[in-house]
Design a binder for this molecule. Sequence first.
Ligand code: AMP
Length: 172
Amino acid sequence: MEKQLRKAVLDVPDFPKKGIIFKDLTPVFKDKKVFKKLIDFLAKRYKGKGITTVVSVEARGFLLGAPLAYKLGASLVPVRKPGKLPRQVYKQEYALEYGTDTLEIHTDAIAKGEKVLIIDDVLATGGTVGAVTKLVEKCGGRIVELAFMIELDFLKGREKLKPYKVYSILHY
Ligand code: AMP
């Protein structure tokens, strides 16, 4: 599974800007066998762990979060960029390389004590998912683990996410 997945991930140099090697995951979703194996693999890891809610981040996180939540029989909660969610939201600002960005969650998206799995495609510096953990905590959710398809080890995002448990299928 790992080997097949690694083969499907494409490195795109200098996208979206010079010096970044972008991990293009579109071939993973395009290959129906790899896509199925990936979701089945994640579902196997989290089945029986009492996960009630899968939280995922716009936009590529949704591609993993939705099928995984379905497979686990769990709820799916989207975290979105500002101005997309139509009702009352909690907001969390986080640092980018230059400036800041904000993520939002509906205030009633998670009931107190729900067991939450957070999933995103790539763990880079950890800023994005760090903001998601704060939003989930504001709602009263209990975070079981943070899961990623890919972790860029050299950016040390994992250290920023302490004390949460972090799991990534592929490391670069
Ligand atoms: P970060 O907040 O630095 O952990 O960045 C995480 C977000 O940026 C993830 O949701 C990824 O989708 C995206 N991202 C960051 N670096 C890369 C990369 N090298 N290739 C693909 N996506 C990336």
